[in-house]
Every structure is written in structure tokens, then in C-alpha cells.
Design a protein around this ligand. Structure first.
Ligand code: AMO
Length: 442
């Protein structure tokens, strides 16, 4: 019998979720649909943990009290099979949840093979590599799934926040004609009889769109041919971007801080159960976040014995030192101009210093942004200085002749933010099907 069977369809209409099986339902008949999480066969009693989208409940089959056909179905059951259970709720003070369902009938709707490549209960531990190879089974583990339930809530909270603040959500092209963030990390694709590239960020489009909507945001996939194989780089990631007209770096740093606080508050106030599943004790961070300049960070590093020339980018070992000193969220501002992309504005006082910032969590860079160049000729000069050909940016440059306001923005790595919120140590754990230098399947 399958789901297409009329009686099963009828039963589905009266479905009760595992998470809603409570002692108050004592004596009620219920129809449960879900997956076999675990089977414990004690001979006369067979216990099944049934898992569905809402959680897990215990079903017990008293084998002497059910029909032969049900006994056969129970005995032939395999872990992870999709099933339909008809039963009666009974209060059960001895069980963990104080309630269980006495199974009367069992219908296997989708049988799972007896030997699975991965144990979704997590009792048999598996390394990250094996977990990602058999990702769909891994994702069925309640703790792993919780990462993505949190992720879904983070997306909702961010969208709510952006709308509240008057940002217009836009969708920019992911197939583009020229690089935005630098050549080396660009993926080339065949585009009819030409070459196109996968977008590395929405940078140029979001800047242009400030002349239409003033405040824009986008949450979308971007692509970087990252040669570095680390726990925080993937080749397809999600960037949360904003760009705002008539604003500078300080304005958009405030927006970023507020967003981070808003997301924390949403999770802490509404989704404690998910955080508990992840073993995360989340606190709402206090504003303003600490802010210090590149020069100040350099001083700190030098006082720790690190020899770094002014202008050099901080590497992971340097960030680890800073992260030990600064727990939680903090900003590093005013990076050397040479270390930043062409679209970042130089400070008025010293052109070697830029109006830029990174949002950090301990040693992890979460976001970067800044005040943008809004003058056509300056942008053209800066493109040249970076060894880029202004002719390749003609469509972008001309917008700077159509009344470009002073503007600023940032890009936040969604998966990195989710790593922090769910306390995962490898970015791959925050992506359903991660893509990296060596992984293109599943
Ligand atoms: P940037 O290149 O710093 O800035 O990227 C912004 C943020 O995106 C995340 N990120 C990544 N996450 C995972 N894997 C990757 N390969 C990866 N690359 C980047 C990081 C990073 O802080 N256009 C600018 C932003 C702006 O100025 O508005 C930009 O793309 O968390």
C-alpha cells in the first residue's frame, strides 16, 4: 500500500505531528506519518522512535495484541523507512516525554534499504567528509537539521529587518560579463559563442541601483574559484548585501550592527528549542560593537611580537591573535587603500587609508564594506591603478555620469554568520550541499 491508496489519503487529512503527541491526548486515536528513527526490539514489545518535521515520538507495538500482518510489518521494518502508523496515545510516566503511542497498524510507504551508508541517529559517528558524501541522510539528524531551521529563521529575520528599515530587495544578474572583485577567483562559463563569468558579488549593480531605490538589499548566491581549501571558504556562498545612497561607512556600520542584534534577538526570543538542540547558549550582543582601526590592530599585533609591514593584509594567524583579545563581534576600520578593491573611497586626510571596515567575530571575518567612490574620474583612475581596464567597466562607469550620490554598503557572508550563530566550526556544516575546490557532488 502506498500514499496513493485512498484510505491512506484519508488518514493523512487527520494527521497528527510527532511533536504534538502530548499526555493531554491520552486515549485519542492518532495517525502519524514520518520516518523510522530507531527500532528497539524487546520481543513482545517493539519500540519505534518516529521522526517527522516536528520532532520525535515513541511508538510501542505490543506484539501479542496486534494482527499477524502488523507483526510481520513491524518485524520487517528498516531504519529510515517512511511509514504511516495508526495508534492510540497513552500517558507513560516511565518514558522520557511522558507519553507514547500504542501502535495498532503500520504501513510502510517508502522502504529504506537495510544497510544505510550513514546512521541518521548519530549514534555511529562519522567524519565530516563521510557526512557530506551522504548528505541527505546526514541532514535527517535532528541536530544537523536544526542548523538549517535556524538558517531559515535568520533569513526571515533579516528580510523583516530590511523591510522595516526601508530597503528594497533586488535581484541582480549572476551571469556577468566582467569581474567585480578581482580576476583570479572568477569562474568562466560558456555563454553561447562567448565567455561569461559567474558573479562574485552584486557590487556594481547594487551601487548603480542606489540611484533608483536609494536603499537596496540582496540575499543571493555568488561564486568564487577559491583555491584556498579552508574551513571558512566555499566556492558557492550566499552573500547578504546592502547599499545605501546618501550614506557613508558609519551609517551602514550602524545598519549592520542593528541587523546582527535583530537576528540574535529573534532567535533568542522565539527559537530557544532550536538553539538547545544545537547546544548553543546565545546572548544578544550589546551595541555599539567595539571598533578599532587597522593601525590600532597593527599596534596590538606588534605588541604581541608580530612583525607586519603597514599595508599588509592580516592573515589567519594575525586574526587569531586579535580574536583572542576581542571576543564577540567587533569592527576593524580604515584599512590601507592598497588592500581594498577599486570601488572603496580613500579618506580625505590620507589617500593611503580607506573608508572601509570588516565586521569580525573573534578571528572570523563576517562582512566587509565601506564608503564608495562616487566620482566618475576617481573611479576610472582607481580601476587603472588596480590594473583593470576601464573600457571593460564602461556600462558601470557611465552611471557615474548620471548623478551618482555618495553611497556606502556592505556584504555579509551568510554561511559564516550562521557558523557563528550555530557554533559550527566548518563552513560546510552550514551549507546543505557545499561546493568547494574538491566537491561538486552530491
Ligand atoms: P568580500 O569579498 O569581503 O566583499 O565578501 C563579503 C563577505 O562574504 C563572505 N565570503 C565568503 N564566504 C564563504 N566562502 C567564500 N569563498 C567567501 N568569500 C566571501 C565573507 C566576506 O566577509 N563587494 C564586497 C562587499 C561590499 O563591500 O559591499 C565583497 O564582496 O563573509
Amino acid at each position: 500500500m502506498g500514499l496513493l491508496d485512498e484510505s491512506v489519503r484519508m488518514a493523512l487529512r487527520g494527521r497528527v505531528l510527532a511533536g504534538d503527541v502530548k499526555p493531554e491526548l491520552d486515549g485519542k486515536g492518532v495517525n502519524l506519518f514520518g520516518w523510522v528513527h530507531e527500532i528497539r526490539d524487546l520481543g513482545k514489545l517493539v519500540f519505534i522512535l518516529l521522526r517527522d518535521v516536528s520532532g520525535i515520538c515513541q511508538v510501542v507495538f505490543r506484539m501479542e495484541e496486534v494482527e499477524q500482518s502488523v507483526r510481520d510489518a513491524v518485524r520487517g521494518l528498516t531504519n529510515e523507512s517512511a511509514v504511516f502508523v495508526e495508534g492510540v496515545v497513552v500517558k507513560q510516566p516511565r518514558s522520557k516525554l511522558g507519553v507514547e503511542v500504542v501502535g495498532k497498524r503500520l504501513t510502510v510507504l517508502g522502504r529504506a534499504v537495510p544497510k544505510l551508508e550513514l546512521d541518521p541517529t548519530g549514534k555511529v559517528s562519522a567524519g565530516l567528509d563521510a557526512r557530506l558524501r551522504h548528505r541527505i541522510l546526514d541532514l535527517r539528524r535532528p541536530e544537523v537539521r536544526a542548523v538549517f531551521l535556524v538558517g531559515s529563521q535568520v533569513l526571515k529575520a533579516m528580510r523583516d529587518f530590511f523591510h522595516m528599515k526601508g530597503f528594497v530587495e533586488v535581484r541582480t544578474p549572476k551571469l556577468i560579463g566582467s569581474a567585480t572583485e578581482g580576476g583570479a577567483e572568477l569562474f568562466e562559463v560558456k555563454y553561447f559563442d562567448r565567455v561569461a563569468y559567474l558573479a562574485q558579488s552584486p557590487q556594481l549593480y547594487k551601487e548603480q541601483l542606489t540611484t533608483v531605490f536609494e536603499k537596496v538589499c540582496e540575499i543571493g548566491p555568488y561564486f568564487r574559484a577559491e583555491a584556498s581549501h579552508t574551513g571558512r571558504h566555499i566556492s558557492e556562498f550566499t552573500s547578504v548585501d546592502i547599499e545605501q545612497a546618501f550614506a557613508d561607512m558609519y551609517d551602514v556600520m550602524d545598519v549592520l550592527e542593528e541587523l546582527v542584534v535583530h537576528v540574535h534577538r529573534h532567535l533568542v526570543e522565539n527559537h530557544q528549542h532550536l538553539l538547545q538542540m544545537l547546544g548553543v547558549n546565545l546572548r544578544v550582543p550589546k551595541r555599539p560593537f567595539k571598533r578599532f582601526t587597522y593601525d590600532e590592530a597593527l599596534e596590538i599585533l606588534r605588541s604581541e611580537g608580530v612583525e607586519l609591514r603597514w599595508g599588509e593584509d592580516f592573515g589567519t594567524p594575525h586574526l587569531r591573535i586579535l580574536g583572542k583579545k576581542y571576543t564577540g563581534y567587533y569592527f576593524i576600520t580604515h584599512f590601507p587603500t592598497e588592500s581594498k578593491p577599486f570601488y572603496i573611497q580613500e579618506t580625505e586626510k590620507d589617500p593611503r587609508v580607506s573608508e572601509s571596515f570588516d565586521l569580525m567575530y573573534q578571528w572570523l571575518e563576517l562582512a566587509s564594506g565601506g564608503t564608495r567612490v562616487s566620482d566618475h574620474d576617481v573611479l576610472e583612475r582607481k580601476l587603472r591603478e588596480k590594473g583593470l581596464n576601464p573600457a571593460m567597466f564602461e556600462d558601470h562607469l557611465k552611471v557615474f555620469r548620471y548623478g551618482m550620490p555618495v553611497h556606502a554598503g556592505w556584504g555579509l557572508g551568510f554561511e559564516r554568520f550562521l557558523m557563528v550563530l550555530t557554533r559550527r566550526t566548518n563552513i560546510r556544516e552550514t551549507v546543505l550541499f557545499p561546493r568547494d575546490r574538491f566537491r561538486l557532488t552530491p
